[in-house]
Design a protein around this ligand. Structure first.
Ligand SMILES: O=C(O)CC1=CCC(=O)O1
Length: 96
């Protein structure tokens, strides 16, 4: 199942800078692990925002939920999810 996920990140200015750096490092490692697994297919920075738009390929709503809520930066994120399906005009047979 494919999902578009927008993550808006808001780390408060008063949050400890070293802890924020550490959280971003752990987040990056977790992201790259999920990217290698094929579950986090794409990530794009939204220009001018501390936000990303990502495409996830997971087995279920519950899997996506568990994956999102365990992200290190999740406590600082506003997450928006939209389910996706193949567009009938796509020329790519493997879109799903
Ligand atoms: O920087 C972000 O958009 C938050 C984030 C998600 C995965 C990652 O490495 O950073």
């Amino acid at each position: 199942m494919l999902f578009m996920v927008k993550m808006d990140v808001n780390i408060p200015a008063e949050f400890d800078a070293e802890k924020a750096t550490q959280l971003k490092f752990v987040e990056k490692n977790r992201f790259q692990e999920l990217q290698r697994s094929g579950k986090w297919r794409h990530i794009w920075r939204v220009v001018g925002q501390y936000a990303n738009v990502s495409i996830f390929d997971v087995e279920s709503n519950a899997e996506l939920h568990d994956l999102l809520v365990t992200l290190p930066l999740y406590p600082f994120m506003t997450v928006t999810v939209a389910p996706l399906c193949r567009h009938p005009s796509s020329i790519y047979e493997d879109d799903r």
